[in-house]
Design a binder for this molecule. Structure first.
Ligand SMILES: Cc1cc2nc3c(=O)[nH]c(=O)nc-3n(C[C@H](O)[C@H](O)[C@H](O)COP(=O)(O)OP(=O)(O)OC[C@H]3O[C@@H](n4cnc5c(N)ncnc54)[C@H](O)[C@@H]3O)c2cc1C
Length: 454
């Protein structure tokens, strides 16, 4: 998703931009560096063992700081999400996570080598001494093992072989790893054990991060769900393996969601209430109901067809930057592939549509895979917009060439360079279309997209 440069609504009079976030991160990074210097980081560099020990301390501080940033990224804070997008948060989470684990592993290796050199012992004896002598070291050992397990499970090749639930379950151990590691830092860390100000600063950082998780992942969604009392009011079949779930509730006109955004939904049924799934709304908000349209891609999405009317629903969100707020040009092109039609269907209803201003390209392999056909045709004629269905398996007689390749796209939409383009579909299709759009001269900042995977 492209970065949103606009200020977002925070408490009145506040705004948040990418540069503010970078400034806070850098300022805290500098404070941590200063803390290491103040506690004699450089004074140790007179011997080889001192170099290792000093580097071990620095990597510990940086690893701890990155763990803290991970907590903030895990909080799904709507403020951060509205600046960098869920996609940006997920990418940052992945990068920060791996870097954090490298720093922590580095800390263990560097410190062990440093102390072994200082004591004239071998590495195994030194590691054993460290583990059995210092307080909280066993906890730190368990924390390290958990961190490494989470990181290994997230390496792409392992991730491909794990179900989403198993991977997510392993990921939850990261919270335990961070808690166990914090005890070790505060009690054993040279920077905190004898400096009350540093100790208070570090604890304050963790309290803020933990509070963000509590507020944004639990308190706010709970308050929203209690206030609006979301319920399933209807389930309709849209096509093969695709259903629409209509949600009713109280004061829905006050639920601040926009066309193109998504929510993370938990249906409060006995089996599966704890599993949240992200779904985009597939109709513009109307204050009376919200519609989610779901393709059966796994166990939960398949079982949603039998959801009972009246089922209570717990919602997190709204999230997402794929909204009309990103439009900077009068003319807009929407490009959907498969179930990626959902957010674009809502935008097709909501975005302004003067003559020739709004065009939707909808790519599907088979005619029966097109959902909302009647609705789309109706919206197109009622609003003076255009819709083109691009149907056929690529390479088949019906579709010998890719209809979304740059040449074909340019023939279909000659003014594509002058448009904002909104894109949603399978990841390989989106990547190919994005490359094609850039080749046609559409600036990056005018291409907006939503990925259906974190
Ligand atoms: C921002 C966003 C918007 C989406 N909007 C829609 C939509 O409008 N309509 C629709 O049909 N699908 C949508 N999806 C995809 C949908 O969330 C998954 O297909 C669904 O969660 C699969 O659940 P499952 O248990 O049936 O499948 P599983 O077999 O458990 O998972 C199939 C795949 O779905 C993904 N997935 C599963 N659970 C989650 C989760 N909790 N969070 C993120 N990804 C998950 C994983 O990549 C997994 O490999 C969206 C996804 C995202 C990230």
């Amino acid at each position: 998703m492209t970065a949103n440069r606009r200020a977002v609504p925070l408490p009145r009079g506040w705004s948040l931009r990418t540069r503010d976030i970078v400034a806070v991160l850098v300022a805290n990074g500098l404070l941590i560096g200063a803390m290491w210097l103040r506690h004699g980081g450089l004074d140790q560099l007179s011997s080889l063992s001192g170099w290792f020990i000093a580097a071990g301390e620095l990597t510990a501080l940086l690893g701890g700081y990155l763990a803290l940033i991970q907590l903030v990224l895990m909080s799904r804070s709507p403020w951060l999400e509205q600046v960098v997008g869920m996609d940006g948060l997920a990418a940052a989470h992945r990068w920060v996570g791996f870097t954090c684990v490298w720093f922590i592993v580095g800390h263990v290796l560097l410190s062990t080598v440093g102390f072994a050199l200082a004591d004239g012992s071998n590495l195994i004896v030194e590691e054993w001494t460290l583990l059995t002598t210092y307080q909280f070291m066993l906890m730190a050992g368990v924390s390290l093992l958990l961190f490494v397990t989470v990181a290994v499970s997230s390496v792409r090749i392992a991730r491909r072989h794990l179900s989403y639930e198993t991977w997510h379950g392993i990921h939850l151990y990261a919270y335990l790893a961070i808690a166990l590691g914090l005890g070790h830092q505060l009690v054993t860390g040279v920077d905190f054990a004898h400096d009350a100000i540093a100790w208070a600063y570090w604890v304050a950082l963790y309290v803020v991060a933990a509070a963000m998780i509590l507020v944004f992942r639990f308190v706010h969604p709970l308050a929203v769900s209690l206030r609006h009392r979301f319920r399933v009011v209807n389930v309709e079949r849209e096509g093969p393996g695709v259903i629409s779930i209509y949600l009713g509730g109280r004061d829905l006109d006050r639920f601040a969601i926009r066309a193109g955004q998504f929510v993370i939904v938990r249906f409060l049924i006995r089996d599966g209430w704890w599993r949240g799934h992200p779904f985009s709304i597939s109709a513009a908000p109307n204050g009376r109901w919200l519609r989610l349209t779901v393709k059966d891609l796994g166990d939960d999405t398949t079982s949603m067809a039998s959801l009972q009317v009246g089922t209570r629903v717990y919602l997190e969100g709204p999230y997402g930057l794929l909204t009309g707020a990103r439009r900077s040009r009068r003319r807009v092109l929407l490009i959907a592939g498969g179930i990626g039609i959902t957010p674009l269907r809502a935008l097709f209803e909501e975005l302004p549509a003067g003559p020739g201003d709004l065009t939707l390209l909808y790519r599907a392999s088979r005619p029966k895979d097109i959902v909302f056909r009647e609705e789309l045709d109706h919206l197109a004629s009622a609003r003076g917009a255009a819709v083109h269905y691009l149907i056929g398996a690529r390479g088949s007689r019906a579709m010998p060439a890719d209809p979304l390749a740059p040449g074909a796209l340019k023939r279909l939409i000659p003014d594509v360079r002058e448009r904002d383009v909104y894109l949603c579909g399978p990841t390989p299709m989106m990547e190919a279309v994005r490359d094609g759009l850039k080749a046609l001269g559409v600036p990056r900042g005018h291409i907006h997209f939503e990925r259906f995977e974190f």
